[in-house]
Design a protein. Structure first.
Length: 131
């Protein structure tokens, strides 16, 4: 009887360890696979400015996950949004003091126009999706 319980305990431990190991494997896999390219665009004085070390125009590689945040830092009551014309990506209207983030996979190579649809001409730029 005692041996049977001991064997069951060992089997449970082994199964538990295998489960933990496979969970860690899948987490590690996910962590390396889903690197995110992050941009923060500041909307201020009717222009887009880039925050941090990123440069304009925005440049990413095909297949990359992109996380883009638009922050409205206007001192006047002016709303803005962010739309990548041609890729079907858009935020809602972002009010002063607010921000919104969109996330997408850069699936189509080329140079795409992005803009604030409320102020086209004043607030627009390009995103390059490279091979
Ligand atoms: Cu705008």
């Amino acid at each position: 009887m005692k041996i049977k319980y001991a064997l069951m305990a060992v089997a449970t431990l082994v199964a538990g360890a295998a489960l933990v190991f496979s969970l860690r494997l899948s987490l590690t896999h996910k962590g390396t696979k889903e690197a995110v390219k992050e941009f923060v665009l500041i909307a201020k004085d009717m222009k887009f400015h880039i925050e941090g070390e990123a440069k304009l125009p925005l440049t990413v590689r095909k297949g990359e996950r992109v996380r883009l945040t638009i922050k409205n830092e206007e001192s006047q009551p002016i709303a803005h949004n962010f739309v990548i014309v041609g890729l079907g990506i858009r935020t809602g209207y972002v009010q002063p003091g607010e921000l919104e983030t969109v996330e997408f996979i850069a699936g189509h190579m080329g140079t795409w126009l992005y803009a604030c649809l409320l102020h086209p001409g004043l607030m627009e730029g390009q995103i390059h999706i490279l091979p």
